[in-house]
Design a protein around this ligand. Structure first.
Ligand SMILES: Nc1ncnc2c1ncn2[C@@H]1O[C@H](COP(=O)(O)OP(=O)(O)OP(=O)(O)O)[C@@H](O)[C@H]1O
Length: 281
């Protein structure tokens, strides 16, 4: 079953448009949304939450989004928060009146875990503390689905790791789902089951993370060697002054067909750079 289904999503802002974006997020999984600045990740998230008007079909937790479904979604956005003139304690009170499943005990537990002072106004929080309070709030409404737009930016590696563990525990029962956009691809490499790569408003790929990392590789060779390779293997090519590198698919088959060529492992960042900066053969 899919927690989110997006079919032919279109949205235009002047010269930018989301162009027939389609992908699904399987229930019980973590989907990482990646792409350059301005590629359209936040616009997709806002469309899913029906914050902005759009064309296309989007189903969330089995239906078109409404107030009941919104109660089952925890959201973390980079921008606005309830009010910066409230303390953490007051934020909890306000949200307990809004969310039917608000869990004050869990909220207080998370405040302790995140070392957030109860009586300090949010306007006096550091950037990292603001991120932590947003995450605590999203989790304390005990949602079925978490939608997180850049949740770990501005956090140090130690707290990021703790938060990733919390996200991991959240989906473990296979009923909970996370859609997370992030530029910190190493975080996604740790926790995501699937990756959707958005480039200039289009879905470039949407695949299992392991499949992506296992299937793809970087071939480092000379121009002469590259000419001997079947083009079907080559996704993109990048040329430096004295070298050429190609992103290849079907790594294992490639290695058995071309045992003398060297293929290295590739990470998500490198795949992104190949697709954005590389050329098609
Ligand atoms: N309200 C708006 N009015 C006009 N243009 C907008 C609006 N919101 C977004 N855009 C434009 O849409 C494009 C996609 O923006 P979006 O915020 O979705 O990208 P993003 O992938 O989330 O970027 P980032 O990684 O920098 O957060 C950008 O060109 C942006 O300027």
């Amino acid at each position: 079953m899919n927690a989110i289904e997006i079919k032919n999503l279109c949205k235009s802002y002047g010269d930018f448009s989301l162009d027939n974006v389609s992908f699904n997020v399987e229930q019980g999984s973590i989907m990482g949304l990646i792409g350059e600045n301005g590629s359209g990740k936040t616009t997709i998230i806002k469309s899913i939450l029906s914050i902005i008007k759009h064309d296309g079909e989007i189903s969330v937790l089995g239906g078109e989004i409404d107030e009941d479904i919104k109660q089952k979604i925890g959201v973390v956005f980079d921008d606005a928060f309830i009010s910066n003139y409230l303390t953490v304690k007051e934020v909890g009170k306000v949200l307990s009146g809004i969310y039917k499943n608000w869990d004050m005990e869990y909220y207080n537990y998370l405040l302790g875990e995140f070392k957030l002072p109860e009586d300090k106004m949010i306007k006096n929080f550091s950037k990292g503390m603001v991120v932590k309070i947003k995450i605590a709030c999203a989790l304390s409404s005990r949602p079925k689905l978490l939608i997180l737009d850049e949740p770990t930016s501005g956090l140090d590696p130690v707290i990021r790791d703790e938060i990733l563990d919390i996200f991991y525990d959240f989906i473990e029962d296979e009923e909970h789902t996370i859609l997370i956009s992030s530029h910190i691809t190493s975080d996604l490499e740790k926790i995501a089951d699937y990756i959707t790569f958005i480039d200039n408003g289009k879905v470039l790929l949407s695949k299992g993370k392991d499949e992506l990392i296992e299937d793809y590789g970087v071939l480092k060779c000379s121009e002469e060697d590259l000419k001997t390779v079947d083009k079907a293997y080559i996704e993109r090519v990048r040329r430096e002054k004295y070298s050429v590198e190609a992103l290849i698919n079907n790594k294992d088959k490639f290695k058995s067909n071309y045992p003398n060529l060297i293929v290295d492992r590739v990470n998500i960042d490198e795949i992104m750079v190949f697709y954005i900066k590389g050329v098609i053969m």
